[in-house]
Design a protein around this ligand. Structure first.
Ligand code: GLN
Length: 487
């Protein structure tokens, strides 16, 4: 089987599978071989599910032979290890869940099973999705295939990097403050955070429940549309999902962008952003204008407060969500005499440094006497940030900005300075606070050969415009399908 089969997207593989030119079993074996040859170096996978994958591929081949294949039937995919999978170890990147085998599938996972996708395994991530570099994983950092000495971004580092390194056709990740868009930018792939409420979070191990959202990582925009369509929709098991029809996202691609109003938020073009990123993003904006879009400068005046607001709200919610890891119901137990000592010993041994830091910060922000000054205040400013966006979307259809101020940094570069690490999410966090959909797509490379990401943002539930704009740009620029030389 030729190596270039591994470079193909799901929509390119579809006709090959349907015509019988290749089988899902052959394709799956090619991916499993690739993972066993390369992943020691990359560390993208926490768990590889070889036997399950081959069984799923076999049954996909039967579906294909019976003529009832859908777009994802037989396509080898992988899942961020924050998504619970029945009888497949789900660690959340943490020692506390190192041996946790969930008894059920989350909704997104179940939908992909239903769609006939093949599960290659579970992907590396920052512990409990807290981080921007994958260096907070209890299983070691995932490595960036564009430069093995650099981080993949985080927290969905394995999800982004495995698509770039062709260790999965497509993957799912999660985005609470940028964890899909930032690693997608660092690894040169497409990553999309849907509107809060678009994809069910049932079976997603919660970090910050008012912000978390599941979304796709793919090599191109068409695959993103396919994968989003497969997992989106209302779910009675997640009361935050919205009871609205899921549009045909693939059908939305190809729509002309003539007359589209694209807003450029002043506050996202700041000193401190790498000049090569600034240039690549401005070139993309000119390209959109060439394609007939109208470019409008807009202002999101409360942007400066977003990082501070996020680190109050996200840590407060995390401190509450992570209380369930008490050694009684899930995972690790360090028995230590009485109940309270057992809790303490388990949590001390099971959680990493960043998770502990966030639990402490969140507990502090919620404590009596400080609640009003921190948590409540943050909620009020969150509202102002959301209002900035709704005012902007009265004037424009899409917003356009860099994803990150820098490209992928070196492993170890920011680990001693949490604040510096937190600031790397400055352009992605506001969108989560507002619950809006956003996408990161490749828009160029630095002189050193590192990928640069462009962020597009849309109004609530307008993923179709987000995808059609991204598609128009993808077709008009040369970045689609650029892969690192790792094959
Ligand atoms: N990097 C951010 C954080 O550390 C965002 C994480 C995420 O989106 N899960 O919280």
């Amino acid at each position: 089987m030729s190596a270039d089969l591994l470079t193909k997207t799901a929509h390119e593989l579809r006709p090959l599978l349907d015509s019988g030119e290749i089988t899902s079993v052959e394709l799956t074996k090619a991916y499993l071989d690739r993972i066993s040859a390369a992943d020691d170096k990359f560390n993208h996978y926490i768990t590889v599910t070889g036997d399950t994958a081959l069984e799923m591929a076999k049954s996909a081949d039967e579906t294909i032979a019976a003529g009832s294949a859908g777009p994802l039937t037989g396509i080898p995919i992988a899942l961020k290890d924050v998504l619970v999978t029945e009888d497949i170890r789900t660690t959340c990147g943490s020692k506390i869940l190192e041996n946790f085998n969930p008894p059920y599938d989350g909704t997104a996972v179940a939908k992909l099973k239903e769609a006939g996708a093949v599960f290659l395994g579970k992907l590396n991530m920052d512990e409990f999705a807290m981080g921007s570099s994958n260096e907070n994983s209890a299983f070691g950092p995932a490595k960036n295939p564009w430069d093995i000495g650099r981080v993949t971004g985080g927290s969905s580092g394995g999800s982004a990097a495995s698509v770039a390194a062709r260790q999965a056709v497509m993957t799912l990740g999660t985005d609470t403050g940028g964890s899909i868009r930032q690693p997608a930018a660092f690894c040169g792939v497409v990553g999309m955070k849907p509107t809060y409420g678009r994809v069910s979070r049932y079976g997603l191990i919660a970090f910050a429940s008012s912000l978390d959202q599941i979304g796709p990582f793919t090599q191109d925009v068409t695959d993103a549309a396919l994968l989003l369509g497969a997992v989106a929709g209302d779910d009675p098991r997640d009361s935050t999902t919205i009871d609205a029809p899921v549009p045909d996202y693939v059908a939305a691609l190809g729509k002309e962008i003539k007359g589209l109003k694209v807003g450029v938020p002043r506050e996202y073009f700041i000193e401190g952003t790498d000049p090569e990123i600034d240039k690549a993003v401005r070139d993309s904006i000119s390209k959109l204008e060439e394609l007939g879009a109208e470019i409008v400068e807009v202002s999101l005046p409360h942007t400066d407060y977003a990082v501070a607001v996020y680190y109050l709200i996200a840590t407060a919610e995390a401190s509450s969500n992570l209380a369930r890891f008490d050694s009684v119901r899930f995972g690790l137990r360090e028995s230590a005499g009485d109940l309270i000592s057992t809790y303490t010993a388990t949590r001390a041994a099971g959680f990493g440094e960043e998770v502990k830091r966030r639990i402490m910060l969140g507990t502090y922000a919620l404590s009596a006497g400080y609640y009003d000054a921190y948590y409540l205040r943050a909620q009020k400013v969150r509202r102002l940030i959301a209002k900035d966006f709704s005012e902007a979307f009265e004037k424009v259809d899409i917003l356009c900005s860099p994803v990150t101020p820098t490209t992928a940094f070196k492993v170890g570069e920011k680990t001693d300075d949490p604040l510096k690490m937190y600031l790397s999410d400055i352009f992605t966090i506001p969108l989560n606070l507002a619950g809006l959909p956003g996408l990161s797509m490749p828009c160029g490379f630095t002189n050193d050969g590192l990928p640069i990401g462009l962020q597009l943002m849309a109004n609530h539930f307008d993923e179709s415009t987000l995808l059609s704009t991204a598609y128009a740009l993808e077709q008009a620029t040369p970045w689609r399908g650029r892969l690192p030389e790792v094959l």
